[in-house]
Design a protein around this ligand. Structure first.
Ligand code: AHM
Ligand code: MG
Length: 334
């Protein structure tokens, strides 16, 4: 890439060009990016900023909240509620949706986020991130039900990974672009355009410690990968598991691979661990826009009609041919 383009320039070009993204959406993305910059500063301070450790509370899913989960949630709400671009927000860390206070102008969009993904990695200085998804408010009073739209209705999705570099990854439905935070200038600079996930891969990501709890099709797929080049797949596979979905998906967008967090027998009545609205849908939108695929083992994730805000889902995403293989194994087992 010869000439560096800033996030602002990219968005203005999207507004003017074929995508014609509305001004409110451009503002929304700029505000989310600014909030991510502020979260990145807190993440970097670590122990010096008294941001590590638990906050002594639990979220709606019964998970212990870390201080940074709460800080990131507040930063995103405060940054977004006054700009006039939003009708409401929903977060993995809040029981119910957050309406824009009435003294601020109401906008057209709904913003959903996992403010701090990979919480178990905060205290050990491993990459974490923020994931977000944008829907259009379809009218009427804003309630939890307003957010229950399928992933195919998303108008924008992205994440920011706080790692060795701070990188913002974005789609407005016209491919995937990446911006790296230039800390000296304080600006987001485009560092990858037209991101493409290779269709084939020799790298899988799954928490192997859950193997004994998996369903047969997942076990079959991983067993075959582990057989190496003399086995069913005829090639050696490598494994990675960072336990931050943002970091695992970022690797897949960068060099390919398959990521799985499938349903397992530990919690037979839940469809999976990851959240449909805050994690699976935005990541699926990005992955599909980069030429990859994303299913729950049987169905395209973005076509699932959500029944509740904090719905969970089984996730298989990444390099297209591998995702299709895992999905075919599930369908055969039906
Ligand atoms: P979080 O949003 O509470 O951090 O949980 C989601 C994370 C994902 O980022 C990651 O893929 C997964 O949980 C790791 O789970 P596990 O610790 O079971 O391997
Ligand atoms: Mg998460």
């Amino acid at each position: 890439m010869s000439k560096r383009i800033s996030l602002t320039q990219y968005l203005i070009e999207q507004q003017r060009g074929e995508a014609q993204i509305p001004a409110q959406l451009r503002l929304l993305i700029e505000v989310v990016a600014r909030a991510c910059k502020s979260i990145a500063i807190s993440v970097n301070k670590g122990a010096l900023g008294d941001v590590l450790g638990t906050a002594g509370s639990e979220n709606v899913q019964g998970e212990v909240q870390k201080k940074l989960d709460i800080i990131a949630n507040e930063v995103l709400i405060e940054a977004n509620e006054w700009g006039g671009h939003l009708a409401g927000m929903a977060s993995e860390e809040m029981d119910d949706m957050h309406a824009v206070p009435l003294h601020y102008p109401q906008g057209e969009y709904l913003l959903l986020f996992d403010p701090l993904d990979g919480s178990s990695n905060i205290d050990v200085n491993v990459s974490i991130g923020t994931i977000f998804s944008v829907l259009k408010h379809k009218g009427g009073d804003v309630t939890n039900d307003s957010f229950l739209q399928a992933g195919t209705d998303q108008v924008c999705a992205g994440y920011c990974v706080y790692g060795p570099q701070t990188t913002l990854v974005l789609t407005v439905g016209r491919g995937v672009v990446m911006f790296t935070l230039d800390r000296e200038q304080g600006s987001w600079v485009m560092t990858a355009d037209q991101v493409k996930i290779p269709e084939d891969t020799k790298e899988f990501a799954i928490n192997m410690s859950n193997m004994r709890h998996w369903d047969a099709p997942v076990k079959r797929y991983i067993d075959e990968c582990l057989q190496g080049k003399d086995g069913a797949r005829g090639k050696d596979f490598n494994m990675r598991w960072i336990a931050s979905m943002v970091a695992d998906v970022h690797r897949i967008l960068t060099r390919g691979g398959i990521f799985m967090y499938p349903w397992d027998k530990r919690e037979p009545n839940k469809p999976g661990k990851l959240r449909l609205m805050y994690e699976a849908n935005p990541m699926s939108f990005l992955v599909e826009q980069a030429g990859g695929a994303s299913t729950n083992g049987l169905q395209r994730i973005m076509e699932i009609q959500p029944g509740q805000l904090h719905e969970r889902v089984s996730v298989v995403l990444g390099s297209k041919n591998e995702v299709e293989r895992v999905t075919a194994y599930h369908r055969e087992a039906k």
